[in-house]
Write a protein that binds this ligand. Structure first.
Ligand SMILES: [Fe+2]
Ligand SMILES: [Fe+2]
Length: 192
């Protein structure tokens, strides 16, 4: 099938748009985290934002490596503007990542295979696997923020200050680091 006329080309363009937005949406969440004193959470989400920008670039170059410059690709897609509160934003992120991982990218991979682009299909599948991991991270953050267990645990666990490296095994992380004075939001979050 001619790549220029394929559905796969449109799907790549849509994926590029979606990933670009995810990168920015996560940056907005990073800003919210920082504003509320959750610096360690901000750093975790910053890594995810960087991943999304890398995905956007991968999709972009899957188009331009094959076609060079393309003046315009029409796509139709709807985008949400919700999650202005941190907790909601984390929840929406879980949902978005899960829908990319379990529905959208597997469907795009299937179409790419059917249209004769196995290399593109493979990369949709690999990126879907990453989004699955992202969904897990957001789910953990959402759950811990919601039930107030970001910095507490049933049994003693090792907490580490991401600023000075101080560690201690406690059921609840310190409010203020005894070494450097950083606030609790700087303590690394347990993602597993
Ligand atoms: Fe992504
Ligand atoms: Fe993601």
């Amino acid at each position: 099938m001619d790549f220029k006329k394929s559905q796969t080309l449109k799907n790549l363009a849509r994926s590029f748009a979606g990933e670009s937005q995810a990168g920015l949406r996560y940056q907005l969440i990073v800003d919210m985290c920082n504003a509320q004193g959750y610096q360690a959470m901000a750093n975790e989400i910053k890594k995810l934002a960087k991943n999304e920008v890398a995905h956007a670039k991968a999709y972009y170059t899957m188009i331009t490596d094959r076609l060079g410059d393309v003046n315009n690709i029409e796509i139709e897609a709807g985008y949400p503007f919700e999650g202005t509160k941190l907790q909601d934003a984390l929840k929406f992120s879980v949902e978005n990542e899960e829908s990319e991982a379990n529905k959208i990218y597997p469907a795009f991979a299937k179409i790419a295979r059917e249209e004769g682009f196995p290399e593109i299909a493979r990369r949709f599948t690999l990126i879907a696997d990453i989004e699955k991991q992202h969904a897990k991270i957001f789910k953990t953050l959402y759950k811990k923020l919601s039930d107030g267990t970001l910095y507490s645990s049933d049994k003693a666990t090792t907490w580490q200050c991401s600023n000075c490296g101080h560690t201690a095994s406690l059921t609840e992380a310190w409010k203020t680091c005894p070494v450097c004075g950083s606030k609790q939001g700087v303590v690394q979050i347990k993602l597993k």
